[in-house]
Design a protein around this ligand. Structure first.
Ligand code: GDP
Ligand code: GDP
Length: 436
C-alpha cells in the first residue's frame, strides 16, 4: 500500500523545516557506515495516530540561482506535482505577506487539497492573529507552534481527513514492483527500453488512472512486473527538474513504492557519492537491491576487469553486501537476459519466510559456535527466535535483556542467518526483544 505524501510549502523562515522535524521526529540510522540521505531531511516518513505517510519539506529543495519569488513558486509547483495533501505554512508573527499571496495563487490553481497553518503562534493570546489568514482563501487556518509543538495534532487531523479521498494504486502481491535509480545519463531509460524489448508484452502504460500515471506494467514468462515511475526518467521540461535535490526526491518516492531497486551505475564513469546516498536510502527503507553496471560494451576489458570492478563496488557499497551485481549493456542488449532472474530472485528473497524450527536450529548453532556477549558480569541469554515480517524479512530474537545484544553480535547472527538461508538481494533485520 503506497503511503500518502504530504508536502509543506511556504516562504522562507516561516518554520517549514522546524515543523518537518517535529512531525518526522528524530530518526537515527542503525547502520553507521551509510552516508544517509535521511540527513538531508527533505523527505521522510511520519506517523500520526493510525496513519503513515511521507513528508516533503519543499523548502529544502533549493533551485539554483533563481530569484526569491521564482524559488517559492517552483517549490509550490513541486508540492502540487509530488504530494497528495499540501500544508501551506505561514507566519502568525508577520501576518499575511505578498509572498504568501503568491504561493496561494499557485496552490489555488491545483486540485490538491490544501490545509493552511499559521506557525509561531506560541501562546493562546496570539490566537487572534490568525483571522487575517482567512483572506488567503483556504478556509480555517490552524494555529501551531513549531518551537513549542502546539497545535500539530489538530493540523494533522485535518490533513488526514483528506487521506480518505486519495486514490492509491494497488498492484497485487504477486506483481514485482521495481524502480531504476541512478544519476542522469547512466542509461536508465535505455535499460527500460531494452527490458521492454519486442518479446515483452506491455500491459499498460497507465495514463491518468493513478495519481502519478508514470508506471509501466508488463508481463514476461507468466510473471507480472511494474516499473515504478518510468516516466519520471523523462523530463517534462520544468526548471526544477535538473536540480539534484529534486531528482533525489523523485528517486526516494520511487524507492518507497518498489519491492526491488535497481541501482544503475555507469560502467564507463564509475561510482559517485550521489549513487551511494540513494542506494543507502534503498537499504534503510528495507528494499531489495540489485546493482546494475551498465555500458559494459564501452569498457575496455581484460579477464580481470569485471572482478576489479566488483571489488570496487563492494568497497564503496559496504552496506549492500547482499546485493547481486549485474554487468550489461542496454545499448547492445548484451547480458541483458541476466538481469530479470536477479530481480526475481531478490524479490523472492525479500518476501521469503523461513521455518521457525529451522531458524532456531541456526540460532542455537550460532550461539554454540560463538558464545553470547557479557556486560558487567551479565550474559545475554537467547531463548528463541521467530520471523515477524517480510519485505524485508525481520526476525525477533527473544532474550533476557535486549541491551546486552551488541551491534557486533547482532551482525554475527545476521550473517549466520544469511549463510543458512541465502537472502541474496535483500536486507534482513533483527530485533532483540525481552521475553515477558
Ligand atoms: P523554514 O525556512 O521555513 O524552513 O524555517 P525554519 O524551520 O528554518 O525556521 C525559521 C526560524 O523560525 C527559526 O529560527 C526557527 O527557530 C523559528 N521558528 C520555527 N517555528 C517557530 C515557532 O513556532 N515559534 C517561534 N517563535 N519561532 C519559530
Ligand atoms: P538516463 O538519463 O539514465 O535515463 O540515461 P539514457 O538512457 O537517456 O542514456 C544516456 C546516454 O547513454 C544515451 O546517449 C544512451 O545512448 C547512452 N547509453 C545508454 N546505455 C548505454 C550502453 O549500454 N552503452 C553505451 N555505450 N551507451 C549507453
Amino acid at each position: 500500500m503506497a503511503k500518502p505524501v504530504i508536502a509543506i510549502v511556504g516562504r522562507p523562515n516561516v518554520g517549514k523545516s522546524t515543523i518537518f522535524n517535529r512531525i518526522v521526529g528524530e530518526r537515527v540510522s542503525i547502520v553507521e557506515d551509510i552516508p544517509g540521505v535521511t540527513r538531508d531531511r527533505i523527505y521522510s516518513s511520519g506517523e500520526w495516530l493510525n496513519y503513515q505517510f511521507n513528508l516533503i519539506d519543499t523548502g529544502g529543495i533549493d533551485i539554483g540561482d533563481e530569484p526569491f519569488l521564482a524559488q517559492i513558486r517552483q517549490q509550490a509547483e513541486i508540492a502540487i506535482d509530488e504530494a497528495d495533501v499540501i500544508i501551506f505554512l505561514t507566519n502568525g508573527r508577520e501576518g499575511v505577506t505578498a509572498a504568501d499571496e503568491e504561493v496561494a495563487k499557485i496552490l489555488y490553481r491545483s486540485k490538491k487539497p490544501v490545509v493552511l497553518a499559521v506557525n509561531k503562534v506560541d501562546n493562546p493570546e496570539m490566537r487572534a492573529s490568525i483571522y487575517d489568514f482567512y483572506a488567503l482563501g483556504f478556509g480555517e487556518p490552524f494555529p501551531i507552534s513549531g518551537s513549542h509543538g502546539l497545535g500539530l495534532g489538530d493540523l494533522l487531523d485535518a490533513v488526514a481527513e483528506h487521506f480518505k479521498n486519495i486514490v492509491t494504486e494497488e498492484y497485487d502481491d504477486e506483481t514485482i514492483k521495481f524502480s531504476l535509480i541512478g544519476r542522469p545519463n547512466v542509461g536508465k531509460s535505455s535499460l527500460v527500453n531494452a527490458l521492454l524489448g519486442e518479446d515483452r508484452v506491455i500491459v499498460s502504460n497507465i495514463a491518468g488512472t493513478t495519481r502519478d500515471a508514470v508506471d509501466t506494467s508488463y508481463r514476461y514468462e507468466g510473471q507480472d512486473f511494474v516499473i515504478i515511475d518510468t516516466a519520471g526518467m523523462r523530463k517534462k521540461g520544468k526548471v526544477y527538474e535538473s536540480t539534484e535535490k529534486y531528482s533525489v526526491l523523485r528517486a526516494l518516492k520511487a524507492i518507497d513504492r518498489s519491492d526491488v531497486v535497481l541501482v544503475v551505475i555507469d560502467g564507463e564513469e564509475g561510482i559517485i557519492e550521489q549513487d551511494k546516498k540513494i542506494a543507502g536510502y534503498a537499504h534503510e527503507a528495507g528494499r531489495a537491491v540489485v546493482i546494475v553496471v551498465n555500458k559494459w560494451d564501452a569498457v575496455e576489458k581484460d579477464e580481470k576487469t569485471m572482478k576489479d570492478f566488483e571489488t570496487n563496488i563492494r568497497e564503496h557499497f559496504l552496506f549492500l553486501d547482499y546485493a547481486p551485481i549485474v554487468f550489461l549493456s542496454a545499448k547492445t542488449t548484451r547480458r541483458i537476459h541476466t538481469l530479470l532472474p536477479k530481480i526475481i530472485l531478490a524479490s523472492e528473497n525479500h518476501s521469503l519466510r523461513v521455518e521457525t524450527s529451522v531458524l532456531n536450529d541456526v540460532i542455537m548453532d550460532a550461539v554454540a559456535m560463538n558464545p553470547t556477549p557479557t556486560d558487567k558480569g551479565k550474559r545475554l541469554k537467547i531463548y528463541y527466535a521467530t520471523q515477524v515480517a517480510v519485505k524485508p524479512p525481520a526476525f525477533a530474537i527473544f532474550v533476557n535483556e535486549p541491551e546486552l545484544m551488541h551491534f557486533s553480535y547482532e551482525r554475527f547472527l545476521q550473517n549466520r542467518i544469511r549463510d543458512a538461508f541465502g537472502f541474496e538481494g535483500t536486507p534482513i533485520k533483527i530485533f532483540a526483544r525481552a521475553r515477558k
